[in-house]
Ligand binder design. Structure first.
Ligand SMILES: NC(=O)c1ccc[n+]([C@@H]2O[C@H](COP(=O)([O-])OP(=O)(O)OC[C@H]3O[C@@H](n4cnc5c(N)ncnc54)[C@H](O)[C@@H]3O)[C@@H](O)[C@H]2O)c1
Ligand SMILES: O=C(O)[C@H](O)[C@H](O)COP(=O)(O)O
Length: 381
């Protein structure tokens, strides 16, 4: 079995073992010639997968280690009889922790939400619904909009206008041009103009969901909202003035926890096993280091949440990195640096699934710990 895989996908060799020969390539540069003699192709979001790349090749399986599939011509793959698998859900918790950190690090939005302000979630798939359940656990109100889902399957369902009027707006739709509810430039024109100074807008979906020119114009005008962008139109060529005007910007890394990347590779290998492409014994999962954090003191619930989130991740650190390497350089160099940040992203572990030790001074915060998906341990002194 011959596999061509994006160089930025962890553990492919370990999980495939001696069942496959793996050739690694930079995702943006994978060509038809590269895949011509291979049986399977494993990509990330930066490789367009379509007839131009695969028609007439031996490829029988395509897996994308991503939730978004807008880079894949799924209907052509189906027509061509090529099995396709994505990894939707594998990085949902990583994105949710990014969003919660963005909220916790921006002014007093966390305090306002704990006091009754509302989060508007657009897109109620793996990320949007997990965000909703974390917010609910923390006692934070939310409303959600997803017109593609059956009525009744979206908690606290609301219209798009209602979601965009909330205090914090979190964008999590798949990128689609499909009628009647395309999400490309879902936030554009009057909807961007209506954003106001007491709102926080977070986009960790796809850059094209927001009209970046319209957003820049809004951020340059008086009473602008706070904005956090993980994704940008025309990545890796991002609009430098927009980065200068957002509160936090990052290089499309919301889903880049080590845990989520590993899980995505595991999902794709399982999919190859399920469709009978891989023979031989399945390689067992890789060893997981135990993760433990402590909460020794906290002045309030908001403080406890902020400390716990920051023990695993801070958006501000990624923001500083992105500004340092992409501002005040030529656009082509900035684009290269954007990709380099993604390629050499430091190891980041998720908070959820870890153990948090509480002391007698912090025992009151056990519900917060559980709401963030952690296991709670109380230290007996
Ligand atoms: N920044 C990152 O690192 C990162 C990580 C994971 C996912 N993503 C992006 O976020 C998106 C959501 O991830 P997911 O795992 O929840 O995907 P998902 O496929 O589980 O859910 C996507 C949801 O978007 C909804 N949707 C589509 N068009 C919509 C519209 N016009 N209005 C409202 N909702 C709409 C769909 O009905 C679906 O429920 C992905 O498609 C991907 O593009 C980004
Ligand atoms: O759709 C997704 O899952 C994310 O956007 C994904 O994490 C992007 O990372 P990439 O595939 O570009 O490395």
């Amino acid at each position: 079995m011959r596999v061509v895989a994006d160089e930025n996908m962890p553990a492919v060799e370990q999980l495939l073992g001696d069942r496959a020969q793996v050739r690694r390539l930079p995702g943006r540069q994978i060509t038809r010639a590269d895949v011509a003699g291979a049986d399977a192709l494993l990509v990330r979001s930066v490789t367009p997968v379509n007839a131009a790349l695969l028609a007439g090749t031996d490829i029988r399986f395509v897996g994308t280690a991503t939730a978004g599939t807008d880079h894949v011509d799924v209907s052509w793959l189906r027509q061509a009889g090529i099995t396709f698998a994505d990894a939707a859900g594998a990085n949902a918790n990583s994105v949710v922790e990014y969003v919660l950190c963005a909220i916790a690090e921006t002014d007093d939005f966390l305090e306002r939400l704990l006091a009754g302000a509302v989060v508007g979630i657009v897109g109620f798939g793996h990320v949007g619904s997990l965000l909703a359940s974390r917010l609910e656990g923390l006692g934070i109100r939310f409303r959600a909009h997803d017109p593609w889902l059956a009525p009744g399957s979206v908690a606290n369902a609301c219209s798009l206008a209602e979601a965009l009027a909330c205090d914090v707006i979190c964008l999590h739709p798949a990128l689609t041009d499909a009628a009647p509810w395309p999400s490309r430039h879902l936030l554009a024109g009057k909807r961007v103009a209506a954003l106001h100074a007491s709102q926080l807008l977070i986009n960790a979906s796809r850059g094209e969901v927001v009209d970046n020119h319209a957003l820049l114009a809004r951020l340059q005008a008086p009473a602008a909202p706070q904005t956090v962008l993980d994704v940008w139109e025309h990545e890796p060529r991002i609009m430098a003035p927009l980065l200068e005007h957002v509160r936090f910007g990052s290089a499309h890394i919301a889903g880049y926890s080590y845990d989520s990347k590993l899980l995505a590779t595991q999902r794709l290998v399982q999919a190859m096993e399920c469709c009978g492409l891989l023979s031989g014994a399945s390689v067992s999962g890789l060893a997981d280091e135990p993760r433990q954090w402590r909460l020794d003191s906290a002045a309030s619930t908001a403080d406890a949440i902020r400390q716990l989130l920051a023990s695993a991740y801070t958006v501000s650190a990624d923001d500083q990195q992105l500004r340092a390497v992409t501002l005040n350089v030529a656009p082509a160099q900035a684009a290269g640096q954007f990709d380099e940040l993604r390629k050499h992203y430091p190891l980041r572990r998720e908070l959820a699934g870890s153990h948090v030790v509480l002391t007698t001074a912090t025992a009151a915060y056990s519900e917060v710990v559980t709401a963030l998906g952690c296991h709670c341990e109380t230290e007996v002194r």
